[in-house]
Structure formats: C-alpha cells, structure tokens
Design a protein around this ligand. Structure first.
Ligand code: F6P
Length: 560
C-alpha cells in the first residue's frame, strides 16, 4: 500500500502490473476479441450508457491487477475524502466539491463542516430568476430594448466547459426551440480579433455581457471586460453598465470595484476548481440565458447521476473508475503518451478542447501530492476532433504510425436526423457506420496474407499492411440531450480524478500555468515604456530583444 510519503510505483500492485506487460504484449487484439467471455466482461451499462472496453490491450487478469492497484492507491478512501469535502487540494488548502454543484436540493455535502448545497441552490435559484427576466424581456437594456444576445467573457475553465456544453446543445431540438431569437457567444482570447468577432453584428443596446472569472484578476479576461465596458459606455453612456454587464466570480469585492453591482453578480466558491466549474454559475448562467434554466437543470441532473454512480458503484462496474484505471494502464505501463477523443457527433466538437484542459491541467504534474519527484510520467496528451472529420486528417498516424489509445464516442439517436430517398442508409447511420468500423480496423489491422489474397501488388503490400493491435474503447450514448451531455462531462471529470488519485498527484492545482502569467508582465512594461518614452530594450536575451525590436519598429500600434 502507498503511504503518504511513498510512491505508487513502489507498491506490489504496480510492480505486478509492470511484470504483466510482457504477457499482454504476447496477445494480439485479434485474438483477445475472439474470447467472447472476456468481451462480455468488458461491457458496462449505466443509466442508458454503454461502455465497451474490450478493445483495450487488457485481459480479465489485467483488470484484476488494476483493481489491486486501485486498492494500493487507496482509491476508495480518496474518493470518499473528495465527497466528504476534505481539503484534498492540499497545495491550495481547498476542498474539491464540484459534485455539490449538481447535487439534489436535499443532499448534504459539507465543506469545513457546513452543508454547501443550500448555498449552491441559492445561486441556482437566483440564476433561474435572472435568466427568466432577461429571456422574457422584463429586464431591459438602457434604451428599453430586451437583451437577446449574450457575450460571456472568460478564459480556461471559465470558457471551455460552457463552450462545450453550448456547442453540444445548439442543435438539440428542445434546447434549439428554447434558444429561438437568442445568441450566445464566448470571448476568451485577448487578441483584439476575438473582440471584433464577438461584437460583429451585435448591438450594445440588445447585448448582455457576462464577465466570468473565478479570481476576477485574469489579465485576458479583465482587459476584454474593460474593452466591452467601453463598447457599451461609448454607445449608451456609463450608467448603462448596470443594465448590460453582470458577473460570475468568487471575488465579489473585485466585481464591485470593476463597476458591476454585486446584486448582479453570481457567486461560486473556492472549492470549485476553474476547469471543474462548468456546473457552477460559470456555465449555468450563460447557458440558462440562452436555453432557459429548465434545460440546464437537466444537464446538472445528468452529471449528478454519474456522481452517484461514481461514489457508490463497486469499482469493477464503475465507469469513471474503469476508464481511469485503463488510462493509467495505457500511460504508465504500456507507454502510450497520448489519447485521442473522437466523438462521432458534430455537436461534441468542443468536447476534446474542454477535456484537454480538464485532463492536462489536472494531471500534467512532475511531483507527488507530497512533493516527491515522480520517476514516472503522469497525464496524457489529449487531442481530438469529431469523426468523420478526424478520419480525413490525423487517423493515418493512428492506423499506421504511433499507437494512440482512442475514445470513440457515439450517439444512438441523432439530434437532427436526415433521411434521403434513394440512399441505402440515413445520414446518421452513415456517420455511425464509421463509429462501428474504425475500432475494429484499429484492433484487427490487415495482414500481408489478406492483401495477397486480394491480389495487391507485392510492392504495395508493406504500405497497405496494418499491424492492428491498437487499443480503443467505445462509449455509446442513447442521445445527446442536455442530460446526456451532463453524464459525459462527469464521466471524464471523474476519470481524470481517478488517474490522479492512482498516480498519487494533486489533480486540482495548476502551478504550472502561473509562470506564464508572470513572464508577460516584464514584456508588457517594456512595450509601454518603449512606446510612450522611447525607452531602449533592456533585460532580455538576444533572441527576445531581436524579436521585440522588430515588433516595435515595424508595428503600427497606436501610441498611448
Ligand atoms: O489557465 C490558468 C487558469 O488559472 C485556469 O485554471 C482557470 O480556469 C483560468 O486560468 C481562468 O481563471 P479565472 O476564472 O480566475 O479568470
């Protein structure tokens, strides 16, 4: 068992898995897939979802060994500590309670001895009331017009999750109906081009700006907020800010200082990590403004269903636990550093970008939770695109180049079905034919013998051979309603936590992104003084000095 000062790689279970790698390498997925009992044991169903992990490079024995690893990692205890509100984010001395954000009203989840669920629901009720006022037109802008358009300003966790959910709901029939006549956009990048794209076609008179920032200090978000405040006040006068700008933050003092009435601020709490905040006002406010609170509530219920499954289901049937353990197996034992997230659904086009942050900001760590350097890699490189677009892009590398475990995500019922007369299948069936075919192509490959039988010319046989034995898993959702989107989100959030718990790291801090924030400060000061006082460049290396010189000499930025 791993004690607080030892590493998981020193446990018997870890060593046992290391020894097991050679056994697994002797098996080709082609053979593993012919063992029906094995495959049956690798199908898991919960609340309408079907997970099939039979195409993982794993046997029943591997799964037993991974469950032993979970035991040695004290996974049960760590999950309980999370749900019990203990300060498991030890470097920031915080609880990790995003599960409380979607808990039913009568649940009891405590942080520092206090049930936080009533506070959560106070904010949710406030969002419900406010979003109904905006959507019904009873809250109007400074010139008396209803606010039909929303720009949500935020970056990282204050952007990617809400964008993913918004993109997923856009074509859901119920959400689409509820969003009629309304638009929601997201402004994240400090690049002024992003500002231009966001305000293009919008009128300040009919636009509500939601400033979303946990800290209310993030440089990009605050400059974008000042830029849109200027856009509003230039058109409508300073007093219009009260009607056209609201905020989501844990720092209500800074919200007030910025000029937004704290009454129009929606709180969340330090026990919600930025990348885990989509179920707080960070996501719930903009999404409720667009789709109405009742749609968003379904999304929260879907996430909550997975929370309960995660908390109470034995590990051998627990979807996030199984997924997390398999990722640890792929990264730490089989040595695959990446993971492709491949939703066969255009509505999930922003899922991979969101999971990139959830996973890579959480698990890209070099030391254990106790600060010990890790002699093994943690985290994986996440990337992905919706199928079939990805097939025509990077799948070549996945089929014949590097081995990249793939997550295939499919949906039974399309949000927007199309059936064309004369076609042999519906458009959705065409899409899903690929979802079903690709995992087998990766697992089985194509042998030189098969190619010879097909009379492929000898010189092309090496090029057309597919080694196969490439792992994947398939997750089939019944449909892509708000509820299912919530389920999908929570599965991945918990999977990432499981990985971090097993590796023995802190998946809830993000010190690695702090350096970048500080580094820009020196350049910002230099740009200001060079432009306003012609100050010579100082304190930079040859490379940066040359680049800055070129930038200052040739750019046509307006002088301050
Ligand atoms: O990118 C680093 C980070 O701290 C993320 O963790 C966070 O989601 C993002 O910046 C935005 O922070 P805030 O919500 O405080 O503006």
């Amino acid at each position: 068992m791993a004690s607080s000062t030892s590493l998981i790689c020193d446990t018997e279970a870890w060593k046992d898995l290391k020894g097991h790698v050679e056994d697994i390498k002797k098996n080709h997925l082609r053979d593993l897939m012919s063992d029906v009992n094995r495959c049956q044991s690798m199908m898991m169903e919960f609340d309408g979802l079907l997970l099939d992990y039979s195409r993982q490079g794993a046997t029943v024995e591997t799964m037993d060994k991974l469950l032993n690893l979970a035991k040695d990692a004290q996974l049960t205890e760590k999950i309980s500590r999370m749900f019990n509100g203990e300060h498991i984010n030890s470097t920031e001395n915080r609880s990790v309670l995003h599960v409380a954000l979607r808990a039913p009203k009568d649940a009891v989840i405590k942080a520092d001895g206090k049930n936080v669920v009533p506070e959560v629901w106070n904010v949710l009720d406030k969002i419900k009331e406010f979003s109904e006022k905006i959507r019904s037109g009873s809250w109007v802008g400074a010139t008396g017009k209803p606010l039909k358009d929303v720009i949500a300003i935020g970056i990282g966790g204050s952007f990617l999750g809400p964008l993913f959910v918004h993109t997923a709901l856009q074509t859901d029939p119920e959400a689409l109906e509820c969003a009629k006549g309304r638009q929601l956009r997201f402004l994240a990048n400090i690049d002024p081009v992003d500002v231009a794209r966001n305000i293009n076609g919008f009128n300040p008179e009919t636009t509500l700006v939601v400033v979303v920032s946990k800290t209310f200090t993030t440089a990009e978000t605050m400059l974008n907020a000042r830029t849109l405040r200027e856009w509003i006040t230039a058109a409508l006068g300073a007093s219009a800010v009260a009607k056209h700008m609201v905020a989501v933050s844990t720092n209500l003092a800074l919200v007030e200082k910025f000029g937004i009435n704290p009454k129009n601020a929606f709180a969340f709490w330090d026990w919600v990590g930025g990348r885990y905040s989509v179920c707080s006002a960070v996501g719930v406010l903009p999404l409720s403004l667009q789709y109405g609170f009742s749609v968003v509530e379904k999304f929260l219920r879907g996430a909550s269903s997975i929370d309960q499954h995660f908390q109470s289901t034995p590990f051998e049937k627990n979807i996030p636990v199984l997924l997390g353990l398999l990722s640890v197996w792929n990264v730490s034992f089989l040595g695959y550093p990446a993971r492709a997230i491949l939703p066969y659904s255009q509505a999930l086009e922003k899922f991979a970008p969101h999971i990139q942050q959830v996973s890579m900001e959480s698990n890209g760590k070099g030391v254990s939770i106790d600060g010990l350097p890790l002699p093994f890699e943690t985290g994986e490189i996440d990337f992905g695109e919706p199928g079939t677009n990805g097939q025509h892009s990077f799948y070549q590398l996945i089929h014949q180049g590097r081995i990249i475990p793939c997550d295939f995500i499919g949906v039974v019922k399309s949000q927007q079905p199309v059936y064309l007369k004369g076609e042999i299948v519906s458009n959705h069936d065409e899409l899903m034919s690929n979802f079903f075919a690709q995992p087998d192509a990766l697992a089985y490959g194509k042998t030189p013998e098969q190619l010879q039988k097909e009379n492929v010319s000898e010189n092309l046989i090496p090029h057309k051979t597919f080694s196969g034995n490439r792992p994947s898993l398939s997750l089939l959702l019944p449909e892509l309603s708000a509820y299912n989107v919530g389920q999908l989100l929570a599965i991945y959030e918990h999977r990432v936590a499981v990985q971090g718990f097993v590796w023995g790291i802190n998946s809830f801090d993000q010190w690695g992104v702090e350096l970048g924030k500080i580094l820009a400060t020196q350049v910002r000061k230099q740009l200001h003084s060079s432009r306003t006082q012609g100050t010579a460049l100082e304190g930079f290396n040859y490379s940066t000095t040359t680049l800055l010189k070129r930038y200052l000499e040739t750019s046509s930025e307006p002088q301050m």
